[in-house]
Design a protein around this ligand. Sequence first.
Ligand SMILES: [Zn+2]
Length: 247
Amino acid sequence: MGREIKRVPLDFKWPIDQLWKGYLNPYTSQECKACDRTGYNDATRKLNEDWYAFDNENYKPSPNGRRYNDNAWQYHLTQIEVVALVKNGRLKDLTHNWEPEKGWSKKEPEYIPTADEVNNWAINAPFGHDSINRFICVQARAEHQGVYGTCEFCGGEGEIWQSDEIKKLNELWESFDPPVGEGYQLWSTTTEGHPMTPVFSSAEELADYCGLNKVSVFGSSTMTKEEWLEQFQSELITHKDGNVLFI
Ligand SMILES: [Zn+2]
């Protein structure tokens, strides 16, 4: 993984190791440092961080044999957050029944779990709350406390754009591939994408080059030219997609 052969024109010119210009969106923003990219005001951001309380740990064993941070308020929801979660269709483990043939079906009559039930579930469930639940609960608690709001610098986006025009151009921008041709060239896809070798007229010549120059397969590992060729040929047969062969 992380390598592909592209079929490009034999006279294709682009510097080795240089990101292909067609893969870089030139209209960019910068991260908002004021809110650490969360888009929240200070009080809401504090709630967002305290959801996990990684900087204030107090681990306790949970009945399922694992442990949880008792200072994280994700394990101490109140009915305010529970209602918000149910309203957003979350907590299906508690509000729905699951049957293999029918899938999820809502409990009749509608069931709103207690905060205790939800907190016990969060401590014991294999996965517990996900990032969507976190988002919903942070907003519910912040609104209840009357502190909810977005960052005054980025307006809640978590990033700062030079202008609305630049942001619009970013959204409208589309990447484009290098031209298609008869040549063979090895590209890295670990980055946005860049060539790793010159262009050759056959897969054999490219394999020769990769073997001789100890071209990286991943990190510092490399392959012999026979191994490269074997890889190229099997990919030529199995994974052809446009002008790209995936390795
Ligand atoms: Zn911000």
